[in-house]
Design a protein around this ligand. Structure first.
Ligand code: C2O
Length: 533
């Protein structure tokens, strides 16, 4: 069951469905779901015949793109086929030469399909553009866009997208066990662009990538720009621990915020989407290109075969989080809201048949017929060491202003403030960055530290690092989005021995160029009671 607090969003607005309920039960009793509060509607799939021009806005320069799929009239409700062969997705760094040969052949055939075949490579890339850059309006909701990022739809949409992509490739080479590789960027052995993607003669190659980040460069999940590869690896493992385990109180903190029919796009990304996921896009995107194509911008991301390998690992993170993380560390793993479960998308399947799929049907990767090669999770216990004495000293010597006196603040430089704790003692508390307003046309990344001494700090492997807000350039109905994030402080109070203090010092470190993000306020609240699930 949901608790009531979830019906009020970060801006304190009461959810539309409560208002409908309040109007004396306009919805007949027969329609009454088991949870009477869930009275809104889920996001509906786009109407392909109304697909419009997509837009790439790069620092306000407007570029129109046509990325609409071919239109067909017949749509089938997709039913997961019985699982006869399990597809096991391999780690891209460990894949055999035979596998690489097969994968290369499959992508090559996909590129050679007729341009108007919905399974063609470019058509597949365009799926991402259309769903992410405003080609589709929500049916019946005026000009309100459909957007599959920055909300709880992020994991389900991309899971279905890869599911059909994988089946199309398997079909093209007659192999019903074919599985996409995953880029194992959460393990030190996988922290370079996988070698199979950098051979210029391969169908897996893409020219438009940051040339300084080709192997052996180590992927920088923190985008700190640190030149020390060992530091970067330590940062990466800390980030993984933080976004998978440490920073989240509820499932929505990890998955993303609710997004229902009639809502504005971009209510807010979960920890995983805004963290490692966004950084990999930005790190691979090509700075020689106007909009950091291909991976650095959503409209073009699907044009790089590496995109699907990256997202196979993003998808793996969802599976790990659901089924492999101990429930004493991650107690709330499910979103049971019907507006989540019944949200739907359309895709062309491996037979070029248009199908309608629901979030409900993609919650279990094994039921969908694929699994992941088992690899160690070196971040699983990567909790930063306690730093009690140092944190005390930093706090005592801080002359940072109180948060209430300086917000709203545009983050064009490092900002440091004191924030009152909700309670003294070992309380279970959340740090809330509220009324975040971002320019959606820009890459944005801000790291959050508590009681940290060092201003431009490229070391994240310490207790003072609490989390990140970030986004990849894309398009929403307008060019700004409002959101908020919550970061769990419980572990940190233990690791820094500051639970007796009245205030903490919060440092916000922007990693991107220029402003583009304004924070409305910052506060600490007591965490809502534990939900089970
Ligand atoms: Cu749809 Cu990584 O983006």
């Amino acid at each position: 069951m949901k608790d009531d607090s979830q019906n009020v969003d970060s801006q304190g607005k009461v959810d539309r469905r409560n208002m409908l309920f309040g109007l004396g039960g306009l919805y007949g009793a027969a329609n009454l779901p088991s949870n009477p509060l869930a009275m809104a509607e889920p996001i509906k799939p786009p109407e392909l015949d109304k697909c419009g021009t997509a837009t790439n806005l790069n620092n306000k320069e407007k570029l129109d793109i046509n990325c609409c799929p071919p239109v067909t009239q017949k749509i089938i409700d997709y039913r997961l086929p019985p699982v006869r062969f399990m597809r096991t997705r391999p780690s891209a760094h460990r894949a055999s030469p035979e596998y690489v040969f097969k994968y290369n052949m499959a992508i090559d055939r996909m590129k050679r399909l007729p341009a108007n075949d919905p399974r063609n490579f470019m058509q597949q890339a365009n799926i991402h553009c259309a769903y992410c850059n405003g080609a589709y309006d929500q049916p019946g909701q005026g000009t309100l866009d459909i957007q599959v990022h920055n909300s709880w739809l992020f994991f389900p949409f991309h899971r279905w997208y890869l599911y059909f992509y994988e089946r199309i490739l398997g079909k093209l080479i007659g192999d019903p066990t074919f599985a996409l590789p995953f880029w194992n960027w959460d393990n030190p052995k996988g922290m370079t662009i996988p070698p199979m993607f950098v051979d210029p003669k391969s169908a897996l190659f893409d020219e438009k990538r940051n040339q300084s980040n080709l192997p052996p460069a180590v992927v920088d999940l923190g985008l700190t720009g640190s030149k020390d590869p060992l530091q970067v690896v330590a940062n990466n493992l800390t980030i993984m621990y933080s976004e998978m385990i440490r920073g989240n109180k509820t499932a929505e903190d990890f998955m993303g915020k609710p997004y229902r029919e009639g809502n504005d796009p971009d209510p807010g990304p979960g920890a995983s989407e805004r963290g490692s996921h966004t950084s990999v896009h930005a790190w691979v995107g090509d700075p020689r290109e106007k909009s950091q194509e291909d991976l650095g911008n959503f409209y073009s991301a699907g044009r790089d075969p590496l995109f699907y390998c990256h997202h196979a690992n993003v998808d793996r993170m969802w599976t790990l989080w659901q089924y492999f993380l101990p429930s004493n560390k991650v107690p709330d793993k499910k979103i049971t809201d019907p507006d989540f479960l019944n949200a739907a998308f359309v895709f062309y399947d491996e037979n070029a048949q248009l199908v309608r799929v629901t979030v409900r049907d993609c919650l279990d990767n094994m039921r969908m017929g694929y699994d992941f090669e088992r690899i160690d999770l070196p971040w699983l216990d990567y909790r930063p060491p306690p730093q009690t004495a140092r944190a005390k000293i930093i706090k005592a010597s801080s002359d940072a202003p109180m948060a209430s006196t300086i917000f709203p603040v545009t983050l064009d430089k490092i900002v440091r403030v004191q924030v009152p704790k909700a309670k003294k003692g070992k309380a279970d508390e959340l740090l809330v960055l509220e009324d975040i307003e971002v320019d959606t046309t820009k890459l944005i990344k801000v790291d959050v530290f508590v009681n940290d001494e060092d201003d431009n700090n490229n070391e994240l492997d310490k207790a003072a690092y609490v989390g990140t807000y970030a986004q990849v350039p894309h398009k929403t109905t307008s060019t700004t989005a409002k959101t908020s994030i919550r970061l769990k402080l419980t572990d940190l109070y233990d690791d820094m021995d500051i639970d007796d203090d009245d205030t903490i010092v919060v440092t916000l470190v922007p990693r991107h160029q220029g402003g583009g993000i304004t924070i409305g306020g910052i506060k600490i609240i007591e965490a809502p009671a534990e939900k089970s699930g």
